[in-house]
Design a protein around this ligand. Structure first.
Ligand SMILES: Cc1cc2nc3c(=O)[nH]c(=O)nc-3n(C[C@H](O)[C@H](O)[C@H](O)COP(=O)(O)OP(=O)(O)OC[C@H]3O[C@@H](n4cnc5c(N)ncnc54)[C@H](O)[C@@H]3O)c2cc1C
Length: 333
């Protein structure tokens, strides 16, 4: 701590997150909800502190600080169910999927275009004209795919469900990934926050002996991502490299290879992960509710509190929806 404080005069800005209850009580969110930046300004955040929130919390929360709900942010910060640690699966995330998929009948390349539903059951149509029928359906489509209308519901979803889908937000998310021929920083530095864009960097090759510290990833969402997307892949990679060079004070840094991954241009994602704009308070709970005991809803956008927008939130929402379907079977059986 002392070393970090000595090196970085603004270090304590990063430690201003424990809001005393009296401070929050003295500043109720007005009158129903408001943008996070406006609320933090009312709490007394100065421009440097707001800038820090923009680069850290808001970027990780998936949207720009002025498009995030203050009420939702306060709720998320109070949600301590899952702790605040970061964990990485060294063998890759797909090891989780492989385990969960064991023994299941999974059809790949089945692009759903229409969902016909009624109280008596569901029929799902795919782009290659396959049909699947069932008594009920669990829908885990990404929020932005639901918003896009690429999947047609017949009849249309009830108005409260449509309103919940429309109320939430799914901003673009981008990763810029660079591979260098040698470690970029001393081994003990595995991540950094930049005052420039992209703000969030880490080395995913940390701990992998052959390439330790050689691969660096930048992660942006919200306006950072919108601005990077406007530059195109080559322009965004150049801008990212300039930032990394400035932060590491290594003007000579030259990657062996580099690429971006742009989730907003993936037709099966159309964005990063969901966030709650001001006023969308409560929309996740509505989205999660079953529709007429036929359509069930899972996926990160239906998860509650701090779990929304995460892998564990998506997983738990799937468990919840499966339990809802099973409970229905027990009632009917
Ligand atoms: C860049 C980035 C970094 C992230 N980092 C983290 C992190 O560090 N920790 C963390 O916990 N979470 C992280 N997340 C969030 C996490 O990845 C998501 O919350 C989670 O994967 C969502 O799971 P899901 O099942 O709800 O949706 P998805 O994983 O998006 O699954 C939806 C599925 O629907 C499919 N689909 C879409 N359209 C159709 C269609 N028409 N027909 C059939 N199938 C369709 C898609 O192909 C996809 O397989 C990150 C997300 C991004 C984008």
């Amino acid at each position: 701590m002392a070393e970090a404080r000595r090196l970085h005069p603004d270090f304590d800005i990063t430690r201003s997150w424990n809001f005393p209850p009296e401070l929050l009580a003295a500043h109720p969110i007005a009158p129903f909800d408001q943008p996070l930046d406006a609320y933090l300004r009312r709490l007394g955040f100065n421009p440097d502190q707001l800038e820090y929130v923009r680069r850290s919390y808001a970027n990780a929360a998936g949207e720009s600080i002025d498009r995030l709900s203050a009420r939702a942010a306060l709720d998320d910060w109070a949600d301590t169910r899952f702790g605040s640690g970061d964990y990485r699966i060294l063998d890759g995330y797909d090891t989780i999927h492989a385990r969960l998929a064991e023994g299941l009948d999974i059809r790949f390349h089945a692009v759903v275009t229409e969902i016909h539903w009624s109280r008596s059951g569901v029929r799902v149509l795919t782009a290659d004209e396959r049909e699947f029928e069932g008594a009920s359906l669990i829908i885990t489509l990404p929020l932005a795919v639901l918003q896009s209308g690429h999947v047609r519901f017949e009849p249309p979803l009830p108005s409260d469900k449509q309103a919940a889908v429309a109320a939430l937000n799914m901003a673009p998310a981008l990763k810029l990934i660079y591979r260098f021929g040698e470690p970029v920083l001393p081994r003990e530095i595995a991540a950094l926050y930049s005052a420039q864009s992209p703000p969030m960097w880490w080395t995913p090759s940390y701990g992998h002996d052959a390439v330790d510290g050689q691969v660096w990833t930048a992660f942006v969402t919200g306006d950072y991502a919108r601005q990077m997307r406007s530059l195109g892949e080559a322009g965004a990679l150049d801008a990212g490299l300039r930032t990394l060079r400035a932060e590491t004070e290594r003007g000579d840094l030259q990657p062996v290879s580099a690429r971006w991954i742009d989730w907003a241009s993936d037709p099966f994602a159309l964005g990063g992960y969901s966030s709650k704009p001001p006023g969308a308070y409560g929309a996740r709970a509505v989205l999660a509710q079953p529709t007429e005991d036929v359509l069930y809803w899972a996926g990160e956008a239906t998860a509650s509190g701090d779990a929304a927008g995460t892998v564990h939130g998506a997983y738990l929402s799937g468990v919840r929806a499966a339990q809802e379907v099973l409970a229905l079977g027990i009632q009917q059986g």
